[in-house]
Design a protein around this ligand. Structure first.
Ligand code: DP6
Length: 327
């Protein structure tokens, strides 16, 4: 009997403190700039992959439902890359489960492609290093390469495929900060991240952003290392607004926010004036990531109860990266 070519993996989503936005090479997903992130504990994708000579094509389910043909062909193209590295050329059935809503600005493509990379390579018996897994995951979705290593992560830009990967700066237990995510809209967004990356480079502010990021990334990294929460938070908000300015001035212009997004930004300023140390970050979507020290999570949650339009709160501590799990 031939060995079953199957495996399962879990990978966390991640929140970028310094954002990946704009690419040098769209095909290879080589980013315009370095980025820094934190893996989100409990916000995960679990993916099971089974390669079989009996299949006539790749199949994909997401949360138990057949995926769209667009999603299936993106996954299928990615599996081709992995099949090219293996002696087995079989099609695969892929079952993926997220424990968070799809297309909300919480990066389902990051956890999704990180889990797929680890599960598919394990199923085929490919023994890759963390660096190789991260390079590979990047080809599926850029931010996925940051969901492979542990805890607080940096992804370097480069001109060649083999030089652009993510690695852990600090393990998950380095700092007990928490991401409290205010879900204000769980609908699919109008512009995907991929469209956003294309549009970004046409913003008149894009070049200025690249220049700004050199010192800003160094400042944020230093504050992260020293666990200096107020400097870290300041850097985080400055970076978010710089990134959002590029989004809103790109061609086409993209507006991901809704009125609740803005209400939370103003509320965060008010909370700080009242003495609660909390800072926001926003990705390509309307939801707001509120970063606080662990000791302030309950107070923040109570305060957020005063804001109308928040559908759900998710609380995520720093977490380890992607890993194989039993089926
Ligand atoms: C705003 O990784 O989703 O979340 O490479 O096209 O899959 P693709 O893009 P993706 O972009 C993520 C953008 C972001 C910022 C970030 O996570 O760094």
């Amino acid at each position: 009997m031939t060995k079953a070519l199957q495996a399962s993996a879990i990978a966390p989503a991640n929140i970028a403190f310094i954002k990946y936005w704009g690419r040098k090479d769209a095909q290879l997903r080589l980013p315009a700039n370095d980025s820094i992130s934190m893996n989100l504990g409990g916000i995960e994708t679990k993916t099971s992959v089974k390669f079989s000579p009996d299949l006539q094509q790749d199949t994909l389910t997401i949360n138990g439902e057949p995926a769209s043909s667009k999603e299936r062909s993106r996954v299928s193209r990615f599996l081709d890359t992995i099949r090219n590295l293996s002696e087995f050329k079989y099609f695969a059935s892929v079952d993926s489960h997220n424990n968070f809503p799809k297309g909300t600005g919480i990066a389902s493509s990051a956890s999704g492609f990180a889990a797929l990379t680890v599960a598919a390579t394990a199923a085929l018996g490919l023994e890759f290093s963390e660096r190789e897994l991260s390079q590979l995951a990047r080809l599926g979705s850029g931010s996925a390469c940051r969901s492979i290593p542990d805890g607080f992560v940096e992804w370097k830009t480069a001109n060649l495929h083999q030089d652009s990967y993510a690695y852990s700066l600090f393990p998950a237990d380095h700092w007990d900060i928490v991401d409290v995510i205010a879900i204000v809209d769980a609908k699919e967004k109008k512009y995907s991240s991929s469209q956003g990356h294309e549009a970004a480079v046409k913003s008149p502010f894009f070049a200025a952003r690249q220049e700004y990021l050199v010192s800003q990334t160094a400042r944020l990294k230093d504050a992260l290392e020293r666990k200096d929460f107020s400097t870290f938070g300041e850097c985080l908000e400055q970076e978010t607004i710089n990134f959002q300015s590029v989004i809103m001035t790109s061609q086409p212009a993209i507006y991901y926010w809704n009125p609740t997004t803005m209400a939370i930004i103003l509320f965060v300023q008010q909370l700080r004036e009242q003495g609660l140390a909390v800072y926001f970050s926003i990705d390509a979507g309307p939801n707001v990531h509120l970063i606080v020290e662990q000791k302030n999570v309950e107070t923040l949650k109570r305060e957020l109860g005063k804001i109308e339009g928040i559908a759900q709160l998710m609380v995520a501590p720093p977490a380890p990266g992607a890993r194989v799990v039993s089926n």
